[in-house]
Design a binder for this molecule. Structure first.
Ligand code: ADP
Ligand code: MG
Length: 697
């Protein structure tokens, strides 16, 4: 039972004042949790910050840096009616003047916020335009009262479509108000030695920083939280391992009949890396020891076939396998790839997602229970309690970091001694995997299938949009399909952002009904329908935000346009680009950027042009982050971790491991007083599953 002390943190986010049911969906997407809880928001740490302490005069202000300037409002120049021109406002201080530029905002509203003759404080970036100072859409327009409330350092958070930074800040304030004082969950001597703040203080400092050390990833507040998470994870691993060793595994030996049939049915030869991975897996499956193996391979390296062959191994022995994917689209795609091959080999497979309901679902479940299905492919739906296998021997989890430990365990528990195969496209260095996961075995698909051509990647300024659209037209005429990726779905805070809906309208005007649109605000059914139209070739252009799934496979798509590429991280650009170059035809990726580019953005785009090796790109990403950011971002986190960052917190891992081993060697059931602290920590960091091993027996 979770201690009542933690209840305020585990309450649904909608229990906070000002967060209605309408906000639940965008928060669920942001926090990757359904339904989102107060704790999930508190653990949503900043990806950057704005230093509001700089208060130069207009003459002193350095262009393109964040400043807060005190000015007098001089005059308004509203946009001429009917034109798309901006509203301009002239302001000044004793040292110079500045023009404010607002698009799409009512003149009356602006004149109320900025009355002529009044003093106002403006937060934002000044740019020079023809030698004149200009500020487009200030972040803040404040009067004296507003200035008094302005935080000295303002955290910047990752956002999703449908959620503004103001809404997030207000929600965060409400969540911080719920923070209880918890007893110390970490070894007290360690906390003293490191000089760490308490859990509550740590979160308050990061979300309401007074100085840079408060918000820095390497600062004591963040270090503490990262350690908590790593320590909880190491405890879970140690407990799980003890349990798995106790239960043991079962040797499954097939005769090679099915997998050789599958191989014959393949339209291509397996790569050496695929062969090696399959051989590793066969050995593991054939051994008494329970398999725990990670299959790591860049996008497009061919993990699905390896998963199918693994399933074939256990089916030969009359046992069952399950393949779980994080989304409906991915699960369906796996099923489409696998079904014909399985049919050719006589392996019976079925698909189970949230959409299979009623009679068909009941039939499927009874076939599964009687052993008439060899391989079940699906989403989270496969771990529902009423899904019962006759004899599950192998659980395969695709994009493993998108699932919690509990979900992976829930799947493998459906078979008493099931082997576990985890798959991921996120490259993690081998040494780090060993430190993170201890004795997990590793197979890598470093080699791409033959015939793949390097994706011709070019950076193109947005000024050349027209030429880009013509290139799309040529690609269509040649029979190809096209992805067009945009960063946000609707005009949000910055009106200058390209939006998927606008781009969709423009492309539709030009290319007609062949254009489809997917973005995060569509209902799951609509999203799948649009994806399906594109997969089937009915739609030729897919305009999308980043919801285009990592694993989606449309070999006929050979052109990808990424609009505002400068806004995407390197790893994300690489993942997106991996949607093309999946067939044998040459593919192109156009990175449309808005000039001028910053140094880091320039380096990122250059790396994208130079390399298509996911591992090399991941390393460069880390290096650039090291140079560019005081803060990491979610992307440089350990996959599957919320608080810890790979580039900064690795040194904490060893300590976390040692401490976990220490406490468990003293007290394997965490029964004594320090055990209470550890249990509290496990709950706090969502490691409830591990608790089962403590209460049993
Ligand atoms: P990922 O590792 O990203 O999951 P997939 O399994 O989706 O990759 O494979 C990507 C594409 O490569 C698919 O179209 C698949 O059929 C194809 N493919 C897989 N293995 C080979 C191979 N050995 N030779 C040629 N094509 C292959
Ligand atoms: Mg895949």
């Amino acid at each position: 039972m979770r201690p009542a002390l933690l209840d305020p943190l585990f309450a649904p986010l909608t229990s906070l004042k000002g967060i209605g049911p309408k906000m639940e969906r965008p928060f669920a997407r942001l926090l990757d949790r359904e339904p989102p809880r107060v704790l999930d928001l508190l653990f949503h740490l900043p990806s950057g910050f704005v230093d509001r302490r700089a208060r130069p005069t207009l003459a002193e202000a350095v262009p393109d840096t964040d400043v807060t300037v005190e000015v007098r409002v001089e005059a308004h120049f509203p946009a001429p009616p009917g034109r798309r021109a901006p509203h301009r406002t002239l302001v000044s201080d004793g040292t110079g003047d500045l023009t404010l530029v607002h698009f799409h905002l009512d003149a009356a509203v602006l004149e109320r916020m900025l009355p002529v003759g009044a003093t106002r404080w403006l937060c934002g970036r000044i740019t020079l335009y023809d030698g004149m100072r200009q500020m487009t859409h200030p972040d803040r327009i404040l009067d004296a009262a507003g200035l008094a409330r302005l935080p000295p350092i303002e955290p910047v958070y990752p956002l999703v479509e449908g959620l503004g930074s103001g809404q997030l800040r207000r929600a965060m304030d409400a969540a911080l108000g719920r923070l209880p004082d918890l007893p110390e969950t970490l070894p007290p001597d360690l906390v003293v030695e490191k000089g760490w703040p308490t859990f509550k203080q740590a979160l308050e400092r990061i979300h309401r920083p007074q100085r840079l050390a408060d918000i820095a990833v390497a600062g004591p507040a963040w270090q503490r939280l990262a350690f908590e998470e790593l320590y909880a994870h190491q405890l879970t691993l140690a407990l799980t391992r003890a349990q798995q060793t106790a239960v043991g595994g079962q040797a499954t030996t097939g005769d090679g009949r099915l997998i050789s049939k599958i191989e014959t049915a393949l339209p291509f030869a397996l790569t050496a890396a695929q062969r090696a991975a399959i051989a590793d897996i066969r050995v593991d499956i054939g051994s008494e020891k329970r398999m725990l193996r990670l299959l790591q391979g860049d996008v497009g390296s061919g993990k699905t076939i390896v998963a199918l062959m693994a399933a074939g191994c256990v089916a030969e022995a009359g046992r069952q396998a399950a393949l779980m994917a994080p989304t409906e689209v991915l699960a369906r795609q796996h099923h489409e790839t696998i079904a014909p091959l399985a049919a050719a080999a006589g392996l019976r497979c079925a698909l189970l997602t949230g959409r299979e309901k009623g009679r068909p679902r009941a039939t499927l479940l009874s076939d599964l229970a009687s052993g008439h299905i060899d391989l079940l492919i699906g989403t989270h739906a496969v771990i529902q309690p009423d899904v019962v296998f006759r004899d599950l021997a192998l659980a395969i989890v695709d994009e493993q970091h998108r699932f919690g430990v509990e979900q992976r365990l829930a799947l493998s528990r459906k078979g008493e001694t099931a082997d576990l195969l985890l798959m991921t496209a996120t490259p993690i260095p081998r040494t780090l995997i060993l430190t993170l996961f201890g004795d997990m075995a590793l197979s890598e698909l470093r080699e791409k299938p033959p015939g793949r051509q390097k994706i011709d990647t070019r950076a193109v300024s947005l000024d050349r949009l027209e030429e880009t659209t013509e290139a799309v037209g040529r690609a269509l005429a040649g029979g190809a399909q096209v992805y067009w990726i945009c960063p946000l779905v609707e005009e949000s805070e910055h009106t200058d952002l390209a939006t998927a809906t606008d781009r969709f309208a423009a492309l539709q005007e030009r290319f007609g009904a062949r254009v489809a649109l997917v973005h995060g605000r569509l209902a799951a059914g609509e999203k799948d329908a649009a994806m399906a139209r594109f997969s089937s070739g009915e739609a030729r252009i897919l305009v999308a935000t980043t919801v285009v799934e990592v694993g989606v496979n449309v070999p006929n798509a050979t052109l990808m346009v990424i609009e505002h590429a400068e806004r995407f991280g390197l790893a994300q650009l690489h993942q997106l680009r991996g949607r093309v170059g999946r067939g044998d035809k040459p593919s192109t990726c156009l990175l449309l950027y808005r000039a001028p580019l910053g140094e880091i953005a320039k380096a990122r785009l250059a790396m994208m042009r130079a390399s298509d090796d996911g591992f090399a790109i991941a390393e460069e990403d880390l290096r650039l982050r090291g140079e560019g950011d005081v803060l990491g971002t979610r992307q440089s986190g350990f996959p599957g971790f919320t608080l810890a960052r790979m580039d900064v917190h690795v040194p904490l891992l060893t300590e976390a491991r040692t401490r976990a081993a220490q406490i468990l060697s003293l007290d394997a059931r965490l029964a004594a007083e320090h055990g209470d602290a550890a249990r509290l920590l496990l709950y706090l960091h969502g490691r409830d599953a591990a608790m089962r091993f403590l209460s049993a027996g």
